[in-house]
Ligand binder design. Structure first.
Ligand SMILES: [Zn+2]
Length: 276
């Protein structure tokens, strides 16, 4: 099937559904100008300083830094925090919001991204599930309790050595605070906030058991397959049609729809058809 025909099928699936689920991975942020850390090369292109230090993404996104050398841990996450705060979500987010309104769709967002871009684009907090947590929330590094609080800290970075010049603190014990993000090999992540979001998502699924659901998976790769696995599970368990948008790892078995293109391009092409 030609790509154009697939865009038409995707548009039809959206029009014929009563609810929409967006499952998004790092590829969703690429069109907003965010790096997706594809392989060591991709990571070092975004962070040349770590190349000199011989540190890859798995090493940098590691909770041990917060215990052993928090200024170094916050160097990486402080940089990302500043980047995500500056970033403006691309037009694709807005197109999804328009479809929801126009076709009166109930909806839910599940993302492995910790960047808060869906909320920034106007999706309400209670409609988003952030499976790996969010950089816009903090927790104690120890942790001394299960508190999670909003991250309003200003964290300056010295880009020469990728070290933070300021460390946020836990208001309860005074220990360094860390982002409420699930890192690699992380046993201290406090999952309460994500668990509450997962409960909201379960309720959403319960209330749409008999409905036609369209799932649009955007930019979710196989390297950390959390989102891909969820999408495929939804494809088996519910009355769903999956639209997988991915420029590289686009394969999915019919009747689901595979769009071999970037997130924004895919959404824009579908939108053109919906408007014609
Ligand atoms: Zn504490």
């Amino acid at each position: 099937m030609e790509l154009q025909q697939k865009f038409e099928k995707a548009a039809e699936a959206i029009k014929n559904s009563t609810a929409i689920i967006i499952t998004a991975g790092a590829g969703m942020g690429v069109d907003s100008g965010l790096p997706d850390f594809r392989g060591d090369k991709g990571f070092w292109k975004a962070y040349p300083m770590y190349k000199k230090l011989g540190i890859n993404f798995v090493n940098a996104a590691n909770p041990t830094h917060f215990n052993q050398d928090p200024a170094f841990g916050w160097g990486f996450y402080g940089h990302r925090l500043n980047l995500y705060r500056k970033t403006i979500p691309h037009e694709g987010f807005n197109l999804i919001l328009q479809w929801i309104k126009r076709y009166n769709l109930d909806y839910f967002i599940v993302t492995s991204n910790v960047d808060g871009q869906f909320q920034k684009a106007g999706f309400p907090e209670e409609k988003v599930c952030e499976v790996h947590g969010s950089i816009h929330y903090l927790q104690c590094t120890k942790p001394c309790n299960a508190d999670i609080w909003g991250n309003n800290e200003i964290i300056e970075i010295n880009y020469e050595n990728m070290r933070a010049e300021y460390l946020p603190k836990c208001p309860n014990c005074g220990e360094v605070a860390r982002p409420n993000i699930l890192m690699f090999g992380d046993f201290s992540w406090i999952s309460n906030r994500t668990m509450d979001q997962e409960k909201n998502f379960s309720k959403f699924l319960q209330s749409h058991q008999k409905d036609k659901i369209v799932v649009i998976e955007i930019g979710a790769g196989t390297a950390v397959p959390t989102i891909r696995n969820l999408t495929e599970q939804l494809g088996k368990q519910f009355n769903t049609k999956i639209i997988r948008i991915n420029p590289r790892e686009y394969q999915i078995a019919p009747p689901h729809i595979s769009l071999a293109c970037g997130g924004l391009e895919g959404l824009q092409e579908i939108d053109k058809i919906l408007n014609s």
